[in-house]
Write a protein that binds this ligand. Structure first.
Ligand code: ADP
Length: 160
């Protein structure tokens, strides 16, 4: 069985993430979606909320995915799942440097684990969780850019 781990903060999940997940599902039998923490910034949604939004948005792929929060080193999670592939999404060249550094770092510590990159559909190339939150915060519409459950949660969070 071919498996892979897709790690991210998913604060919140966008259609860009979903696009990467659905592309990865064509390549792997099982995808472990790791909801992690970003040491650089506090998240808007709790770990439980981020996991729940992903689960709801990915209901139809239920038998091929597993979503869980993990607050530790990515490589340890990959080993725990007995996988050897990390999936990351690429939007624009601006993502490259950061991803390149992380992939090289991970390779240094785990020669048997490979990072692969999937390019998003160009409609989502400019999409990020932070842009989504900014739009929602100022009362704009995020329809078409996030799953319905996320649209709802953003309204609850930002529309007073
Ligand atoms: P992180 O904090 O780990 O970068 P994110 O949740 O922002 O977490 O992103 C997780 C992964 O999804 C990263 O590989 C990122 O490049 C990718 N990603 C984020 N948004 C998009 C998008 N719109 N299209 C394609 N990939 C994306």
């Amino acid at each position: 069985m071919k498996t892979a781990v897709y790690p991210g903060t998913f604060d919140p999940v966008t259609n860009g993430h979903i696009d990467i997940i659905e592309r990865a599902l064509k390549l792997f039998d099982k995808l472990y979606i790791l909801v992690g923490e970003n040491p650089q910034k506090a998240t808007t949604f709790s770990a439980e909320e981020r996991v729940e939004m992903l689960k709801q948005a990915l209901k139809k792929h239920n038998n091929k995915i597993e979503v869980e929060h993990f607050d530790g080193l990515l490589l340890n999670y990959v080993r725990k799942k007995k996988s050897n592939v990390i999936v990351r999404g690429l939007r624009a060249i601006s993502d490259f440097e950061f991803e390149f550094q992380r992939a090289q770092f991970n390779r240094e510590f785990a020669k048997d684990i490979e990072t692969i990159f999937i390019m998003t559909k160009d409609d989502y190339a400019f999409l990020s969780s932070s842009i989504i939150k900014e739009i929602a915060m100022f009362g704009g519409s995020v329809k078409g850019f996030v799953p319905a459950i996320v649209e709802k949660k953003l309204k609850e969070k930002f529309v007073k």
